[in-house]
Design a protein around this ligand. Structure first.
Ligand SMILES: Cc1ncc(COP(=O)(O)O)c(C=O)c1O
Length: 422
């Protein structure tokens, strides 16, 4: 493929060539967290070693630290297509930021106001709103996903909206089924009813270009450690909305944007790594032939990554589909590959997912079992929550050979477990 060299990509991630007692590693735990390029680790280290200071002073290191913070906000504005870096709020992780914003929005809500939550979301975009509803006497309306399309349908959302709906919390892509919602269309419907729209893009961000202005939502959140950066979360908030909000904060801290929402001393060194992660995408785009702005390079990077990842996802789906008694919980139709990220979850009749995963982990194939906090999804699908699924999550640094080896392992382990039972 033009502009995408898997060798060049893998060469940037030192973790990919590590071995344990001589055994190679296959990282398919990517939906839970990705590996980082050398440049990200270097940026974190450089910041700690050369510009380590708190913010707001007049000496060399505090001035340099402020630049690190400013650059991270600029980088994320480019990454998300935000109108301004002032709309970028950086914090500990998606869950912490969402609890923070839910409490902030709670100050504008009253008993009887309605929230719409989906059965497709990760708990990080469910629990904060549920607990807010409990505290304030809000009404929660549940939006299921369609078990044929694996997406939240516009008609189902329309049926739940009312003149009391204040907020719709949606996910962009599921961390269990991998399916991508039509966020732009769903947002338009919710906005027409006067609701705010809060989008969880944690699982979409590593796999596709986000444009908050095109989506039209009010908030969008992601986590850098899912897109090859450090452990931190980033919340974009539409300026017209966040300008009028009063977060819980120290009285003497800044009222400016985004500082009003960023509590305490920021994770400055991780912000250095965040900028490096965004620049990693830009560099991928440049290698793909794009010479325009950082945003244009990021767009190109996703174009090349998607073209590389989708055939890998199909290879995985096809290989799993050969196994009798195995059910993939998500889109399998090759024509609908564009409606999913390359995260594939499955269950096997009569076998506990953890049993398969433990065996595969023992072969140094890294992947997860369980509900993975997609608590609502497993309940809607009738999957026992204490068991969940086996989840295989591909990133753009995985190879076809790794997928083949993984498939061979899944086939062999399932056959062995069945034989042990019989
Ligand atoms: C879809 C989705 N939303 C939210 C989260 C929570 O993110 P964080 O760990 O940054 O709080 C995750 C984590 O796996 C996720 O997959």
């Amino acid at each position: 493929m033009v502009g995408f060299s898997i060798e060049a990509v893998r060469g940037q991630f030192p973790a990919l060539s590590l071995t344990d007692k001589g055994r190679r590693r296959i990282y398919l735990d990517n939906p839970a967290g990705t590996q980082v390029p050398q440049a990200v680790a270097d940026a974190v280290s450089r910041c700690l070693l050369t510009t380590n200071a708190n913010l707001g002073g007049f000496f060399e290191t505090t001035i340099a630290a402020q630049s690190v913070v400013d650059e991270a906000h600029h980088a994320m504005a480019d990454f998300l297509g935000a109108a301004s870096p002032e709309e970028i709020i950086i914090g500990a992780n998606m869950t912490t930021l969402t609890y923070h914003m839910s409490r902030t929005l709670g100050r504008t809500l009253k008993p009887g106001d309605e929230l719409i939550l989906t059965r497709m979301d990760h708990e990080g975009n469910v629990s904060p709103w549920l607990q807010l509803a409990e505290d304030l006497g809000l009404v929660v309306r549940w939006l299921p996903f369609d078990e044929m399309s694996w997406q939240v349908e516009e008609a189902a959302l329309s049926g739940l909206l009312s003149d009391k709906t204040r907020l719709v919390a949606l996910n962009y892509a599921s961390n269990l089924t991998g399916s991508i919602n039509r966020v732009k269309a769903l947002t338009a419907i919710a906005k027409q009813a006067g609701a705010l729209v809060y989008v969880d893009a944690v699982q979409f961000a590593p796999h596709g270009l986000i444009d908050v202005q095109v989506l039209g939502c009010d908030f969008l959140i992601c986590s850098a450690y899912k897109f090859f950066g450090p452990h931190m979360g980033i919340l974009w908030g539409r300026r017209e909305i966040i300008d009028g909000l009063k977060p819980y904060k120290c009285r003497c801290s800044s009222d400016g944007l985004p500082e009003r929402f960023e509590l305490g001393t920021p994770q400055i060194e991780l912000m250095a790594g965040l900028t490096a992660a965004v620049d990693y995408f830009a560099q991928l785009g440049a290698a793909g032939g794009e010479s325009g702005s950082r945003r244009q390079k990021i767009a190109k990077a996703f174009e090349t990554c998607i073209a590389y990842e989708n055939p890998l996802a199909q290879r995985l789906i096809d290989g799993l589909s050969d196994i009798s008694g195995l059910t993939i919980h998500g889109i399998t139709d090759p024509k609908r590959l564009g409606d999913r990220v390359p995260t594939v979850s499955f269950t096997v009749d009569g076998i506990v997912p953890e049993t398969i995963v433990r065996q595969m982990n023992a072969e140094n194939i890294f992947l997860w079992s369980g509900h993975n906090y997609a608590w609502e999804i497993v309940h809607q699908l009738g999957i026992p929550a204490e068991q969940g699924v086996v989840r295989i999550g591909i990133a753009h640094y995985n190879t076809a050979a790794e997928i083949d080896e993984t498939l061979e392992s899944v086939h062999r382990i399932i056959a062995m477990l069945r034989q042990q039972r019989s």
